[in-house]
Design a protein around this ligand. Structure first.
Ligand code: GLN
Ligand code: ZN
Length: 768
């Protein structure tokens, strides 16, 4: 049996590509140096796949920034009105599309960035209009194909398929994107011709849009497009790959496409197998069976995968054992981790370990299980390892190590509904906090200075003692409190100086989570994150944020808002265990966060914000699965909020501009106030909110924290006026779009000053 990989992580084992990109962007290195680093990353990946004996090795899976932008460039159309050269877009022009800049003397705004399906990777969104024309520029795929050939590899060229390309692009004039399909297919044909001429044997076209709900017309268009591609006068063999779920109704169309191979995700889309059986199999095609999960970090259950492959073998002329999707969604290698508990590490498989799994599976499926008896025994032992259940030792300096007392156990037995209702709570809170009309606040984090980051790194590395580090954090809190009192904010925050990352910080202080040192996964461009690994039962060692919240409250007479990360975001931004339903895991995390809320409440903290920026993006790709997601997600959240007393004000924060899909759930969260990102969309989300049943406080962000520009009082006032119209004066809060962590103090302080001033002016008018 042969083996296939969709793509490898492209950032390099030590994030070499990130550093090279940033050095180049900031003028600290040459184009040649960047190209050399990039070539080195590709070479390393190819060698790793070669060494593992992978048969279908990809080329063109690499990208200097993003694969959707690469596809747009190769198809000759990135944005209406900007002419691309016939071949070989200049590197600086390429980056200008991603980051903003100047092309041909004209200033260019960056393309929008959006989530790649339900992953935490973000792609650039090419722009189209009804006049868009396409033309093949195979410079990049050809170059990578020849590079691979130089290493003795005959690669499969990876490319986004035409339907996915159109549906993941944006029509700036609102035109029907599918009307462009025929023109687009012409360019694909030209591309396939060029690749064939140069000797490419396989091209893989990725159509992950097939795992979302597609209507009959879209499926007809798919069929039409591939019929035309199949008839291109000269072309390599084609496989159509789908991933991130099952293809549902599209299976019947998929198996009949006149191509040589199809790829199915049998991890997140186990249903695919039954669907394939029901459609009578993959006909005379090669079936790329995605049994090695590209979305998670656990070792493969080899015996189970072999069973799946057995079933597949009756459904196609040839079965190829494959990754379920590209491996860019997992870190590169477990070998780079030295501090993960061995009982946990033995259960992990990152990208390079998954290559070995593919090879073992191919041997087992081809030559029988006896041929891999040792590997199967080793695999059974790993799967049985107790890692998931053994709690981590409290990390150095964690609150547990300091011995604070955890919340009383009665708090753990709360119901998951908050009582009394919203109106009665609002009254109790009005009495307790006596806030003015249009109260002003922030989302939690204040600028993280280089000094602060350096101090944290030194403390972690053992270079400075706990007391010294904590004194520094207290000084930072003092400064942040003083600033907030100075600009006249009503509800203060402590600034989150102790957190490097909102998920990692809590993960570090809970059992059941492991943190990687090098487990970087690309988020977009040169930005990477290290998702924690949630391997076992989650609990607190003891209070986590209590010390800082208490200290901050003692520093001011104004109400201090404590900030926690919510259970849905903790789970969605981590790699989670796969031996129990995600909702069970989320509930466990929720109980730990709830205990933290109870501790804060008992210590007299009256306002507590539970951040859920991942709540909206956690929505399943298919409509039919959304209701059940929203049900468990809101219930996990409520497990936290329901522990709050009537006069404890619970806030939540979400930072995506499109809320339509989750608005109905907002009233189910039992919060008193919600802050939302809204500035960039000009408050348009409030129209949706006006229609929702949620009746609590609303803080639509009044300025974009991602921009260094300081918004004027007038601009903020105008947005507030708009919000006032829809929400009314009694529910409206005033805050920025998100945390201020990435800003500098010189930007943040004047911006907040203007925000407070705008609120005051409006308040005066309302009181008149
Ligand atoms: N409280 C966090 C902050 O202010 C929220 C971050 C987020 O929404 N992503 O940084
Ligand atoms: Zn946010």
């Amino acid at each position: 049996m042969r083996t296939a990989v969709h793509g490898m992580p492209r950032i390099g084992p030590r994030r070499e590509l990130k550093w090279a990109l940033e050095a180049y962007w900031h003028g600290r290195s040459t184009r040649a140096q960047l190209e050399e680093t990039a070539a080195g990353v590709r070479r390393r990946n190819w060698r790793a796949m070669q060494a593992a004996g992978i048969d279908f090795i990809p080329a063109n899976d690499f990208s200097l920034y993003d694969h959707m932008l690469d596809a747009a460039v190769a198809l000759g159309s990135v944005r209406p009105g900007i002419q691309l050269p016939p071949a070989g877009l200049d590197l600086d022009d390429y980056f200008a599309f991603a980051r903003g800049g100047v092309i041909g003397g004209q200033p260019v705004a960056p393309l929008d960035l959006t989530k790649w399906f339900d992953t935490n990777y973000h792609h650039l969104v090419p722009e189209l209009d009804r006049a868009s024309g396409f033309r093949a520029d195979p410079t990049k795929p050809l170059r990578e194909m020849h590079e691979a050939r130089g290493l003795g590899i005959d690669p499969t060229i990876a490319f986004i398929g035409p339907l996915t390309f159109l549906l993941r692009s944006r029509a700036v004039d609102g035109c029907d994107r599918l009307q462009l399909l025929d023109r687009l297919v012409d360019a694909y044909c030209e591309m396939l011709g060029r690749l064939a001429e140069e000797g490419a044997s396989w091209v893989r076209l990725d159509e992950p849009v097939l795992v979302e709900d597609r209507d009959a017309r879209e499926l007809e268009m798919l069929e039409h497009a591939y019929r035309r591609l199949a008839e291109c006068p000269r072309r390599p063999q084609l496989s159509v790959s789908t991933y991130f779920g099952h293809v549902g109704d599209a299976m019947a169309t998929l198996v009949d496409l006149p191509v040589e191979g199809i790829g199915l995700d049998l991890c997140r889309g186990v249903e695919n197998l039954a669907l394939l059986e029901a459609s009578g199999g993959a006909r005379a095609k090669v079936l790329f069976a995605g049994v090695v999960d590209g979305r998670n970090v656990w070792v493969n259950d080899l015996a189970r995968s072999l069973d799946l492959l057995d079933r597949c073998s009756k459904l196609a002329t040839e079965v190829v054992v494959s990754t379920s999707c590209s491996l860019i969604h997992v870190p590169l290698s477990v070998v780079a981790e030295t501090s993960i508990d061995p009982a946990v590490a033995t259960r992990l498989a990152f990208a390079e370990e998954k290559l070995v799994e593919l090879a073992v599976l191919a041997r087992g499926a081809g030559m029988g299980r006896d041929a891999i008896a040792d590997a199967l025994a080793d695999n059974r032992a790993r799967l049985a390892a107790q890692g998931r259940r053994s709690p981590r030792r409290p990390p150095r300096g964690s609150v547990a190590a300091r011995g604070d007392q955890p919340a009383s156990s009665t708090a753990r037995e709360q119901s998951d509904r908050r009582s009394p209702g919203l109106a009665e709570r609002a009254e109790a809170q009005r009495r307790r906090f006596a806030l003015p009309l249009l109260p002003t606040t922030t989302i939690g984090s204040f600028p993280q200075t280089a000094e602060l980051r350096a101090a944290r790194a030194a403390w972690r590395a053992g270079g400075s003692d706990d007391e010294h580090y904590r004194a520094l954090l207290r000084a930072e809190i003092d400064r942040v409190v003083e600033i907030q009192e100075g600009v006249g904010l009503d509800v203060l925050v402590h600034g989150e100086p102790e957190r490097d990352d909102m998920v990692r910080y809590f993960a570090a202080n809970l059992t059941g989570f492991a943190l990687t040192e090098n487990g970087w996964v690309q988020s977009y461009g040169s930005r990477c994150v290290r998702p924690p690994i949630l391997f076992g039962d989650v609990d607190r060692h003891g209070p986590i944020t209590l010390e800082w919240a208490r200290y901050a409250q003692s520093a001011t007479a104004r109400p201090m808002k404590a900030i926690l990360t919510g259970p849905v975001t903790m789970v969605r931004w981590s790699f989670v265990r796969d031996d129990q339903p995600e909702e069970t895991t989320a509930l466990q995390v929720a109980r730990a966060i709830r205990d933290e809320l109870v501790d804060l409440q008992e210590a007299g903290i009256g306002i507590i914000q539970v951040d859920e920026p991942a709540f909206r993006e956690g929505l399943p790709l298919r409509q039919a699965e959304r209701a059940s997601y929203l049900e468990w997600a809101t219930s996990a959240f409520r497990t936290v909020s329901a522990a709050a007393k009537a006069d404890t004000q619970v806030h939540t924060h979400m930072c995506y501009a499109r809320f339509g899909d989750v608005l109905s759930a907002l009233s189910e969260l039992d919060v008193d106030v919600i802050s939302l990102e809204a500035a960039r969309s000009g408050m348009s989300l409030l129209d949706e909110l006006g229609a929702a049943s949620y009746a609590g406080g609303v803080g639509p962000g009044v300025y974009d924290v991602h921009s260094p520009e300081v918004p004027s009082v007038a601009e903020i006032e105008e947005l507030l006026e708009r919000a006032l119209h829809i929400v009314g004066p009694d529910r409206l809060w005033v805050n920025p779009d998100c945390g201020l962590k990435t800003r500098r103090y010189e930007e943040a302080v004047p911006a907040l000053g203007n925000m407070v001033e705008a609120a005051k002016r409006l308040r005066e008018r309302l009181n008149r």
